[in-house]
Design a protein around this ligand. Structure first.
Ligand code: AMP
Length: 218
């Protein structure tokens, strides 16, 4: 199964991916996570990406596309994958078509997670993450058992530097300008499966699973 998940930053894509990855045995490819890993390790790619990420802007297509092309050659992708945070522009979507068609592959479905902007602003500015194992928390809605500590590994949890109100607004603007058009791009191919995440993530995930099943994907 080869999937893309689309949705505004903070719409709940990451949570849905964690479930879908386990349910269907997919490689979870998050470009945001790959950039953050490179920033943490101080690589040249990380240094280049950081200035864009901190400004709520997109990392240039040339850098991002090369990085994804390389990631898709890894063994774990042979069982299927879910692309999270990529493509984010029409140029990236067209590049992805080319990368896959060279291998006689294609995307089976594109999941669209729908969440209202006010909810996103509230959820993202209260989000915390574990820099060590990647687990995600929310100080209001899903706090860790011990304040400030990761349940899974005990590390101090942090707020992502781009999860401040000002940067979230910029990321939403960037999403509407560059990424929202991808919904129409893939709807034109009849690939969209929608999940509404305004109320409950479990409900959203079950809508997504039903949509995939209706396409014979399970
Ligand atoms: P995310 O974790 O998906 O919200 O990504 C965090 C940041 O990484 C974004 O705000 C962008 O600056 C950058 N980024 C992630 N994926 C892409 C992409 N496909 N194209 C360009 N920039 C990206």
């Amino acid at each position: 199964m080869r999937l893309i998940i689309l949705g505004a930053p903070g719409s709940g894509k990451g949570t849905a991916c964690a479930v879908l990855k386990d349910t269907y045995g997919l490689a979870h490819i998050s470009t945001g996570d790959i950039f953050r890993e490179n920033i943490k390790n101080g690589t040249p790619l990380g240094q280049e990406a950081k200035t864009y990420i901190d400004a709520g802007a997109l990392v240039p297509d040339s850098v991002t596309i090369r990085m994804v092309e390389d990631r898709l050659t890894k063994d774990d992708c042979s069982k299927g994958f879910i692309l999270d945070g990529f493509p984010r522009t029409i140029a990236q979507a067209e590049a992805l078509d080319e990368i896959l068609s060279k291998k006689d592959e294609a995307i089976d479905a594109v999941i669209s997670v729908v969440t209202d902007d006010e909810l996103i602003m509230d959820r993202v500015t209260t989000r915390r993450v574990c820099p060590s194992c990647g687990a995600s928390y929310n100080v209001k809605y899903m706090p860790p058992k011990v304040e400030g500590k990761c349940d899974a590994c005990g590390a101090d949890i942090i707020q992502r530097s781009d999860d401040t109100a000002e940067t979230v607004q910029k990321r939403l603007d960037t999403y509407y300008e560059n990424t929202k058009p991808l919904i129409d791009f893939y709807a034109g191919r009849g690939l969209i499966v929608e999940g509404n995440n305004n109320v409950d993530p479990d409900q959203c995930i079950s809508e997504i699973k039903s949509g995939l099943e209706a396409r014979g994907l399970n």
